[in-house]
Ligand binder design. Structure first.
Ligand code: NAD
Length: 291
């Protein structure tokens, strides 16, 4: 029996890259999977039902359970249909993996409104929309006396946590917000039996292969690891996500970096130095004491 036997999972952006590997491993570990993917370009343009359907075919051919969904997670309506499909087709919902993503890199001075909006919409709103509808379902289950044992795994990035990346103000801001959203949601949803964590992965996918500097590094790693352990293969991210999704996992409210052969727990903003006053602040006093 797999660690996800009997679990019903929704995985967004599961037609390609990291999400595809989550879907394949989840199905192998016994989960019934709703494979969501809008199928657009790296920049989120266009649609194609092919990637989601291909992954479903692969899972079903291997004896697993999956259905395709091509709704846009960047809309409240699309996210609602996605959550409803899990309940209608598989009788419930236990796990949400928010993973769908796009890139529209630009330096702030040259960034267009469309570049900003598209990235914030797919990443931040795309996470919040699915989280909202899943949370409403779990709240309703809990109130009806069926306390869920559910899990959400969000997808942040080093770009929004440990490694601010010039040219990715839209993406980094969305990913940092996803880390914050994870902590708030973990707090709010504990009462309904829902754990919420996030990962900040690095893997070789079409997204990173198109990122200047990174694509070359990841391609070179692939060559040098030929025949051995390919630590930057997208399949290397899925085992952590499967563990966070399992009923046996107690973890909630955490963000983990997973890259190469390492998994690290990240810590968020914290005080590093405090200056205090007994009366009103004087500008000169602040200037003298704050480095
Ligand atoms: N690859 C990395 O090293 C890396 C690093 C940090 C974070 N991430 C994050 O991991 C996630 C997966 O990225 P990837 O590298 O596998 O990229 P990818 O392009 O291979 O896969 C992303 C998938 O999301 C789908 N998608 C985009 N917009 C969607 C929408 N509105 N609704 C539904 N599906 C949509 C795309 O069609 C695509 O198939 C993203 O959130 C990305 O930001 C990846």
């Amino acid at each position: 029996m797999g660690v996800l036997a009997g679990r019903v999972a929704v995985i967004t952006g599961a037609g390609r890259g990291i999400g595809r590997e989550h879907a394949l491993l989840f199905a192998k570990e016994g989960a019934a999977v709703v494979v969501n993917d809008l199928g657009g370009s790296n920049a989120g343009e266009g649609t194609d039902s092919g990637p989601a359907q291909d992954v479903v075919r692969e899972i079903v051919a291997a004896g697993g359970k999956a259905v395709a969904n091509t709704d846009d997670v960047a809309t409240w309506d699309g996210a609602q249909k996605l959550v409803e499909q899990a309940v209608t087709e598989f009788g419930g919902l236990d796990v949400v993996v928010n993973n769908a993503g796009i890139l529209r890199d630009a330096f702030i001075a040259g960034m267009s409104e469309a570049q900003w909006d598209a990235v914030i919409a797919v990443h931040l709103k795309g996470h919040a929309a699915v989280l909202h509808h899943a949370a409403a379902y779990w709240k309703q289950q809990s109130k009806a006396g069926n306390q869920p044992d559910a899990a959400v795994i969000n997808t942040a990035s080093a770009s929004g946590t440990t490694l601010p990346n010039p040219g990715q103000a839209n993406y980094g801001a969305a990913k940092a917000a996803i880390a914050a959203l994870t902590l708030v949601a973990a707090d709010e949803l504990a009462r309904y039996g829902v754990r919420v964590n996030a990962i900040a992965p690095i893997a070789r996918t079409r997204l990173t292969l198109a990122t200047p500097g990174m694509g070359e590094m990841l391609a070179a790693e692939a060559e040098s690891s030929e025949g051995g352990f390919d630590a930057f293969a997208p399949a290397n991210i899925a085992p952590l996500v499967a563990y966070l999704a399992a009923e046996t996992c107690p973890i909630t409210g955490k963000v983990f970096a997973v890259q190469g052969g390492a998994i690290s727990e990240l810590a968020g903003w914290h005080d590093v130095k405090t200056i205090e006053t007994e009366g009103p602040w004087l500008i000169d006093d602040i200037a003298a004491r704050l480095p």
